[in-house]
Design a protein around this ligand. Structure first.
Ligand SMILES: O=c1ccn([C@@H]2O[C@H](COP(=O)(O)OP(=O)(O)OP(=O)(O)O)[C@@H](O)[C@H]2O)c(=O)[nH]1
Length: 449
């Protein structure tokens, strides 16, 4: 008898998950082997922990308080210059790396393929990955040094992501400075705690959230690579922010000046009900409270100056100190549970598409590392130059809104550079990141229309 099969059977019996081998006898030898291997790789301790430690209402009764943020516009010109120079110095010394978390499923956008490959419809038709690569190339050239770029994928999109980079010659980025690594997955569970099957020979697995990034950096050897290169700060960002200033020198300067283990960029919420997580203190520790977890009783609270008390929107733009990542690479942060519609194979072997939420998906969020830092540097910036998320196909946070924000920002750069407004009248303005990173270096005489 196959000993792996025996091991898998025993494991499933021990954890009450025998349904996973229900279709085993009728599978091909190859499918049988694949399924058994997947089962043996499941972390049942983690799964049971999730089932037993689901957050309860009591967990949400934390004491919240506002946190201090440094408003960039309130620094004087000299201070701004000092922070910027500090950031450039760290870039020049090769102390900064970039990490894009690109392992999500992008289900709301509904794009076939990894989200970073998405073309938001700019005149250049550059993908999100290309915009990011070119911003990094701009900085790296000016700093005269490499900026290693770590790309976190998932088992679902790893091959396609690497293929896309290869097909586009890494967008001109030095191949040896790109490091692809895969995050982990977690099984989906039905409402009685049974693991779902996606096919007769396949367990329903989904990426386990961007909070897997520290552990995945370690598992993959990317953390060793960071240390070998002497990287001290890792710039963390989402793949889907069309305006992302990857490895922003300004932010690096501020983070390194205060030297807390974690720094985060925030913007002001537009209204109390805006659906963004807020950066604040939770039980005295820095934290992000998601919009659906912020009690209505405090959502509208204002401070002495009439500003919302919980107004600092989390953008998922962070700088993590490498020693902090290393310290917490194996720290277990909590899983967040999402009740979702997840297609599954029923006990008759039929693929079933539920019309209401039927199962739980488990994800860890990178911001759950915040409370582990004694202190957090919070830098408040203006939305227009920082944040254009591409989440939905249409409406808010869509390719349309992201394009519009980018056009407006780039138009403002050209106006500031002295281009007469009438020359920009009805145009869609896109400035290549290879020409300008944040509006600098634009010579109106050199701009051709
Ligand atoms: O498991 C995950 C989940 C998310 N992420 C990354 O975290 C960032 C925020 O991810 P989102 O929470 O917006 O998820 P998503 O992009 O997968 O989109 P939906 O399915 O919710 O529509 C995105 O950059 C995403 O790729 C991961 O890297 N891994």
């Amino acid at each position: 008898m196959d000993s792996k099969w025996e091991q898998a059977t025993a494991l499933l019996a021990q954890h009450g998950q025998e349904q996973l081998l229900q279709f085993y006898p009728q599978l091909s030898a190859a499918s049988q082997a694949k399924l058994v291997d997947t089962i043996l790789n499941l972390d049942f301790n983690k799964i049971n922990n999730m089932l037993n430690n689901r957050p309860t209402a009591a967990d949400h009764m934390e004491a919240l308080d506002s946190i201090h943020a440094w408003d960039w516009d309130e620094f004087d010109v000299l201070e701004q210059e000092q922070f910027t120079q500090k950031g450039w110095e760290l870039l020049r010394k090769g102390k900064v790396g970039a990490l894009v978390v690109a392992g999500g499923q992008g289900s709301r956008l509904g794009h076939e393929g990894p989200k970073g490959t998405y073309d938001i419809g700019l005149p250049s038709h550059k993908s999100l990955f290309q915009l990011q690569a070119e911003r990094l190339i701009n900085l790296s050239k000016r700093a005269g040094t490499a900026i290693p770029w770590y790309v976190m994928t998932s088992p679902d999109n790893h091959r396609e992501t690497v293929h896309f980079f290869n097909n586009h010659d890494f967008f001109g980025y030095a191949q040896e400075d790109c490091f692809f690594f895969e995050q982990g997955v977690m099984p989906a569970l039905d409402e009685s705690g049974k693991i779902l099957m996606a096919a007769e020979d396949e367990i329903s697995l989904a990426p386990s959230g961007n909070g897997d990034c520290f552990a995945a950096l370690k598992r993959s050897g990317a953390l060793d690579d960071l240390k070998r290169r002497g990287v001290e700060w890792l710039f963390y960002y989402n793949v889907d922010n069309a305006l992302i200033k990857v490895a922003d020198p300004v932010f690096i300067g501020v983070a390194s000046h205060f030297n807390n283990p974690v720094a985060t960029k925030v913007i002001e919420k537009v209204e109390p009900e805006e659906k963004v997580g807020v950066v604040c203190l939770k039980n005295g520790h820095p934290a992000v409270v998601e919009y659906n977890e912020l009690p209505e009783s405090i959502m509208y609270d204002r401070d002495d100056q009439g500003k919302l008390k919980y107004r600092l929107a989390n953008l998922s733009i962070q700088l993590f100190r490498t020693d902090f990542i290393e310290k917490h690479a194996q720290t277990e942060i909590p899983y967040h549970v999402a009740h979702k519609k997840i297609p599954y194979v029923n006990s008759e072997g039929a693929l079933t598409a539920p019309d209401k939420p039927n199962a739980y998906k488990f994800e860890r969020h990178h911001f759950d590392f915040f409370p582990l830092a004694d202190n957090l540097t919070v830098l408040l910036m203006k939305r227009d130059a920082e944040f254009a998320p591409v989440k939905n196909k249409e409406g808010v946070d869509s390719p349309f809104t992201a394009r519009k924000m980018l056009f407006e920002l780039h138009r403002s750069w050209l106006l500031a550079a002295g281009v007469p407004p009438e020359r920009l009248a009805t145009r869609e303005i896109e400035v290549s990141p290879l020409v300008s990173y944040a509006g600098e270096g634009l010579d109106p005489l050199g701009v051709n229309f």
